[in-house]
Design a protein. Structure first.
Length: 440
């Protein structure tokens, strides 16, 4: 169903909490609808750079992040406009439906409910009903009435133990006036492996297409696919994709298993702005393209490949040569590789590129997580001193030395200063946060 502006209908797959089954359901729906021949597009609420790659594998189309803390409403609507020609939109929520930060950012606090309200997409609530039956309806009823601007389309029962268990849960939903759109029995034969930052990356999953096919069959057998399509709707009128200035015209971009945490919307908007992306693989001991005017090292899992990167002499020498005349910027994992040393979880210290004096360690893991608002103290690739950037930080590395000039004054979503200021030295800059959008 399309709205008056010609946009396809959408649904938000949400839950009361993390671990309820949102990603499994989302991937199964995308793969099932794709198998039916539908052009289905996916979006992901919040600053997640792993799930969109799985969405893309399941749907065959790019998946973009929508983030009401980091993006203004025009930016979010412009990204949704990229799905104008699709037949259905499936947007995966993050954490619990109403979970966000305490203080609003660009246009709200990052909750999945904000995305649903802004886009007019009804919510399908995934309920883990293990350990309860009729009581699950009270949870669903609360979610249905908590915010008047968020409409609950219905629920999908997950981890159902038996037909009797399902029947009891359905009785509760019927009493609460909530439609049951599917019931998923407990199953352990179709799973996706996880790592400390979430799922193991899509590119590392050897049997991903087989897993997605199995998920499509599983979801298709237990979810009312046609009814979900009938419930999909949306009231938003989407304008053009907004401009985000690329950091350079020809961008040498590190891309392999150690450098893969790049928000898809940035690459799309950089290309739309006329930039050319020139990928290379540090793990394959490749160097940035000599014709590039900038090198960008995204985040990823350098700690899992520290030995290989330390021995990639051609890459390290080429990166240092590149940085003598042109900007090099690293985010999180890329920032760590630009530093002097990286100590892995076993306590082994590996020599990195040495463009910056940063030293980091995974020997004593400590989680760093949250939104970041940075005001640049000096220039970085494509941005001038004084500009403000919105981003997100998520890593387990500890800084043991950070001797260079700080790149920015960085605060969290509540305005409290954080010590991970980033670094700058000559043409080299780096941050622990991943850039999402410019702040106005």
């Amino acid at each position: 169903m399309r709205n008056a502006s010609g946009m396809p209908g959408g649904l938000v797959i949400a839950a009361p909490a993390s671990g309820s089954g949102k990603t499994t359901l989302t991937l199964g729906l995308l793969a099932a609808y794709r198998a039916q021949g539908l052009d289905v597009r996916a979006f992901k609420n919040g600053p997640d750079y792993i799930d969109p790659a799985f969405h893309a594998a399941a749907s065959g189309r790019p998946s973009f992040n929508l983030d009401s803390w980091a993006m203004d409403a025009r930016h979010m609507a412009g990204l949704v406009s990229t799905a104008r020609d699709a037949e259905l939109i499936i947007a995966e929520g993050s954490m619990g439906l109403f979970d966000g930060v305490a203080s609003p950012g660009a246009c709200s606090n990052g909750a999945s409910a904000d995305m649903a309200a802004m886009m007019g997409w009804p919510v399908v609530l995934v309920l883990d009903v293990s350990g309860q039956a009729q009581s699950a309806a009270a949870v669903a009823k609360g979610f249905a009435t908590f915010r008047p601007d968020v409409r609950l389309a219905g629920v999908i029962l997950n981890r159902v133990a038996s037909p009797r268990h399902e029947a009891l849960a359905r009785v509760g939903m019927e009493q609460a006036g909530i439609e049951v759109l599917g019931s998923l029995p407990r199953q352990t034969d179709v799973t996706l492996p996880e790592r400390h930052l979430g799922l193991v990356q899509a590119g590392e999953h050897e049997h991903l297409q087989a897993t997605l096919s199995a998920l499509a069959a599983f979801i298709g057998s237990h979810v009312r696919l046609e009814r979900l399509r009938q419930l999909a709707s949306g009231a938003v009128s989407c304008g053009p994709l907004p401009f985000i200035a690329p950091p350079g015209q020809r961008i040498a971009l590190a891309q392999d298993r150690a450098f893969s945490f790049m928000y898809p919307h940035l690459l799309e908007q950089w290309r739309q702005a006329g930039a050319e992306i020139l990928p290379f693989s540090p793990l394959a001991d490749e160097v940035p393209a000599p014709s590039a005017d900038l090198c960008w090292l995204p985040g990823g899992y350098p700690e899992l490949h520290a030995g290989v990167l330390a021995n990639a002499g051609h890459f390290q020498q080429g990166l240092r040569h590149f940085a003598r005349t042109r900007p090099v910027h690293g985010e999180c994992g890329g920032y760590m590789v630009m530093g002097e040393t990286l100590t892995d979880a076993d306590g082994v210290t590996h020599r990195m590129a040495g463009l910056l004096g940063l030293q980091t360690s995974f020997a004593k893991r400590r989680m760093h997580l949250g939104y970041r608002l940075a005001t640049l103290s000096g220039p970085m690739a494509g941005r001038e001193a004084g500009q403000r950037l919105r981003g997100h930080e998520f890593h387990y590395a500890t800084i043991t030395a950070q001797p260079d000039e700080p790149l920015a004054h960085v605060v969290d979503a509540n305005g409290a200063a954080v010590p991970e200021t980033g670094s700058r030295r000559e043409n080299a800059t780096g941050t622990f946060f991943h850039f999402i959008a410019d702040a106005t």
